[in-house]
Ligand binder design. Structure first.
Ligand code: SAM
Length: 318
């Protein structure tokens, strides 16, 4: 579903849309479709005009040499997929104006804030709008996300992104120092949930307790345990069920392969394929025979970050 509740596969690409051009799982980019626009990458030249009218999810071939293309009848080169900017994909392709929350944290936030369509959510700071986009989808089509950042340019860029992605009816972006001034009075007692990603969240927590409805839920993200401790101290007078989760990520490279005694110690084996293929092959120059087994091989990515931060949830005391 896109944030407006339509199935992405049923939507057709129109001029002005943002599409996520998918080359590989680790090579994607957001492109605004415009008349006469051209995308050039290692797979060839792609004309935006050929994309208009196709359903999101389509595979499109390049116009080899800049002309023709499959649709136009010419010789086809490489291809890409044109995906809808779902919140999951948007988080991977957006412009990083700040550190952002990734989908592992976001999924926990949306679930534990108990967001359902129609909810009203307050958020600060907006940052790059990564979380905001998922919050908007969770409360669509009749809910609302009011997001606040004290940085004018960041707020303006986020507003532009939300407009381009068709989310303006679900999100209002406001410029305000939430640690200094708290959330505006007009939201008093109206929020189902509040999310804080601020350097000193404890300063905003007294205001949060006024904004939440009875039983409303607060979540605060902090990268350091010292910030968590201070935030929890500030929550205790008005909140209950305070729980902190540390978000630990471990990414693995997974591939098919075959093992013999020489490689068995280098990689962890998740498990053999159900139909175990066994064959005997010469093992290098030393010859001799080694048993080879077709297997799924995994190893931790050397570049993966483990710790993203702590998410603290708390419910307003009734
Ligand atoms: N959660 C966001 C995302 O997923 O894209 C990232 C938030 S970013 C780490 C933190 C943001 O808080 C920054 O954009 C910063 O300008 C904003 N901020 C810091 N102090 C603030 C304050 N006192 N009031 C409002 N916003 C503030």
């Amino acid at each position: 579903l896109d944030p407006a509740g339509k199935l992405s596969s049923q939507r057709r690409i129109a001029e002005g849309d943002t599409v996520v051009v998918y080359e590989r799982h680790d090579a994607m980019r957001a492109v605004a479709v415009r008349a006469g626009g051209v995308l050039q990458n290692r797979f060839g030249v792609f004309r935006h005009d050929d994309w208009v009218g196709r359903p999101f999810g389509s595979k499109v071939h390049s116009n080899a040499g800049g002309g023709g293309g499959k649709k136009g009848g010419g010789k086809a080169g490489g291809f890409v997929h044109l995906l809808a900017p779902t919140p999951e994909l948007w988080t991977l392709v957006l412009s990083h104006r700040t550190q952002i929350l990734y989908i592992a944290d976001i999924s926990l936030v949306v679930a534990y804030l108990e967001l359902v369509p129609g909810c009203v959510v307050l958020e600060s700071g907006t940052g790059s709008g990564s979380l905001t986009t998922s919050l908007a989808r969770a409360v669509a089509p009749h809910g609302r996300v009011h997001t606040f950042d004290f940085h004018e340019q960041r707020a303006a860029s986020a507003r532009e992104d939300f407009e381009r992605n068709g989310l303006s009816s679900l999100i209002t972006v406001n410029v305000r120092d939430i640690q200094g001034e708290g959330f505006p009075e007009e939201h008093r007692g109206a929020a189902d949930a509040v999310f804080l990603d601020l350097p000193q969240p404890w300063l905003a927590i007294p205001s949060v307790s006024l904004m939440l409805k009875q039983d409303g839920v607060l979540c605060s993200f902090s990268p350091c345990i010292e910030q968590v401790q201070r935030a929890c101290d500030a929550m205790r007078p008005c909140f209950t069920d305070i729980r902190t989760f540390e978000i630990l990520l471990r990414t693995y490279e997974v591939r098919d392969g075959s093992l013999n005694s020489a490689t068995a110690n280098e990689e962890a084996v998740v498990g053999p394929r159900p139909q175990k293929r066994k064959k005997f092959t010469p093992s290098g120059e030393n010859s001799g025979c080694t048993e080879k087994t077709s297997s799924v091989l995994v190893r931790p990515c050397s570049t993966a970050k483990g710790h993203t931060g702590y998410l603290t949830f708390a419910r307003l005391r009734v």
